[in-house]
Ligand binder design. Structure first.
Ligand SMILES: Cc1cc2nc3c(=O)[nH]c(=O)nc-3n(C[C@H](O)[C@H](O)[C@H](O)COP(=O)(O)OP(=O)(O)OC[C@H]3O[C@@H](n4cnc5c(N)ncnc54)[C@H](O)[C@@H]3O)c2cc1C
Length: 451
């Protein structure tokens, strides 16, 4: 049997692609060598977010991600829960609470796109009331914001379920081991291995959505995708240890980590370390776990040292010749016919779970262009349960030429982000000097977030 599209990988990227292809009437097959969603997607922090941190160096990625996060929460309302997160700021903070609030003010503009609420500023006593276990020595106050907690594996499964309802097929435990080539080297399908059985499957287009294995699948076609794998570990506690989310500066002062309520328990992490091996060699090491425990106990001295388990994954970040702090989380659709002279083969690399729907849309747009058929994208108009989305607010996406230009100029991309923050800081200071800027109490926090 011949398919229009064969998708390699059934994580959130492949699952989103499958639903989008099926909605557009393309005969689609998804192949996963293991179980869908159980690799990087399951190892994530389970947040549909806009990317607060990217505002420091890559504002347009925050814009894109927040824009698509809005679509995701509208199509998967049953899988997401609003999660208020508190960011306590101490006297020792390098830049001070006014700078942190400026960042949150900048984020407020993007929060609207994803149904988020504007931030609040809290005084030390409100923080103590909301979190009696927190260390209050040197505490200046806290800022709060909200993200969406998501059942990540459920999101994959529901996308695949919807794709199958529209005619797509899924084969698990089926590894793509070779790409079949036709005249002129065109990719004409895949050879798979399931247990010991090999099989050939024909397709007009093969889409490589293999997450941290995307470079390996590309290598089957003789093409190279530069990837920078960044290892991330979470500690999993099976007890609920915090009523709200926390964003804490880690012990080395170099990054922030989350403490999140998670499926009846608690998630602490993630770390962010260069991984030079393959995804199969990923392991959480003792130093990483110690780093996470020490970082939390600095603020919550009674937080238990013993966790139930760890989860580790590798962020599949597109290779870029920049320092770690400037690594963009942007995604790219790679049309290998134009890029490498290999027709019939498209890869999608980089990105986040929080913009998987847009990653799928842009990829399937490319696939439809190549096939010369396929309906318009409908994945933002139809919920995963098949019901229509009733209302879609209009927000502009970032201006594509600027995004493309900044992709090639990371220093300018950082300056672009910092220019906005600098202007925001000026406005913030003037407002504070004029007596503006409310400080909320614990009751106002609870009312704001319905917590
Ligand atoms: C620690 C950490 C925290 C994160 N937190 C967040 C977060 O809170 N929010 C967010 O938006 N993003 C987050 N991310 C990023 C996000 O998790 C990833 O961008 C996303 O899950 C990648 O999904 P994927 O489908 O591309 O890859 P994966 O989920 O890894 O799926 C790839 C699939 O391809 C299959 N595969 C590979 N090779 C083959 C082959 N040859 N044949 C068949 N199948 C194959 C694998 O079995 C796997 O199932 C986080 C990442 C990490 C590591």
């Amino acid at each position: 049997m011949k398919f229009d599209v064969v998708i390699v990988g059934g994580g959130i990227t492949g699952a989103g692609l499958a639903r989008d292809c099926a909605l557009r009437g393309l005969k689609t097959l998804v192949l996963d060598k293991a179980l869908p969603g159980r690799a990087t997607t399951a190892a994530s922090s389970h947040l549909i977010h806009g990317g607060l941190r990217y505002l420091l160096y890559d504002r347009l990625t925050t814009h894109t991600t927040a824009w698509d996060a809005g679509n995701i929460i509208r199509v998967a309302p049953d899988l997401v829960t609003r999660l208020p997160i508190l960011w306590p700021v101490y006297k020792s903070h390098l830049h001070g609470i006014e700078t942190v609030e400026t960042l949150l003010e900048a984020y407020d503009g993007f929060q609207r796109m994803k149904g988020g609420l504007s931030h609040l500023r809290l005084g030390p006593s409100a923080v103590g009331e909301l979190l009696p276990a927190i260390a209050t020595g040197g505490l200046v106050g806290a800022l709060s914001f909200d993200e969406w907690w998501v059942d990540a594996v459920g999101l994959v499964e529901k996308n695949l379920e919807a794709a199958r309802r529209d005619g797509a097929e899924l084969r698990t435990g089926t590894e793509v081991v070779e790409l079949l080539r036709g005249p002129g080297g065109k990719v004409r399908g895949v050879r798979t291995r399931r247990e010991d059985a090999l099989e050939e499957i024909e397709a007009d287009i093969v889409v490589n959505a293999a997450g941290p294995w995307v470079d390996r699948v590309a290598a089957l076609a003789g093409v190279s995708i530069p990837l920078r794998l960044r290892k991330g570990t979470h500690l999993v506690y099976d007890k609920p240890l915090t009523p709200i989310g926390l964003l804490l500066e880690a012990v080395d002062g170099k990054r922030h980590i989350f403490v999140l309520p998670h499926a009846g328990g608690t998630l602490v992490g993630p770390t962010d370390l260069e991984h030079t091996g393959t995804p199969e060699t990923l392991r959480s090491d003792e130093d990483e776990c110690r780093y996470l425990v020490d970082s939390v106990r600095r603020y919550l001295p009674d937080f238990p040292e013993n966790y139930s388990s760890t989860r580790v994954g590798a962020r599949p970040i597109l290779g870029q010749a920049v320092a770690e702090k400037l690594l963009s989380r942007e995604y790219q659709v790679l049309n290998h016919a134009e890029r490498d002279g290999v027709d019939g083969f498209v890869s999608i690399a980089g990105g986040k779970m929080s913009d998987f729907r847009l990653m799928a849309k842009d990829t399937v747009d490319e696939v439809c262009r190549k096939l010369g058929r396929g309906d318009d994208c409908a994945s933002h108009r139809i919920r995963l349960d098949g019901q229509p989305v009733t209302s879609i607010p209009h927000f502009e996406r970032p201006w594509r030429p600027l995004k493309k230009f900044l992709r090639h100029h990371p220093r300018l991309r950082e300056l672009h982000a910092l220019a906005y923050l600098g202007a925001g800081f000026g406005t913030h200071v003037l407002r504070r000097l004029a007596g503006g800027g409310a400080v909320s109490d614990a009751a106002a926090f609870r009312e704001h977030y319905g917590a």
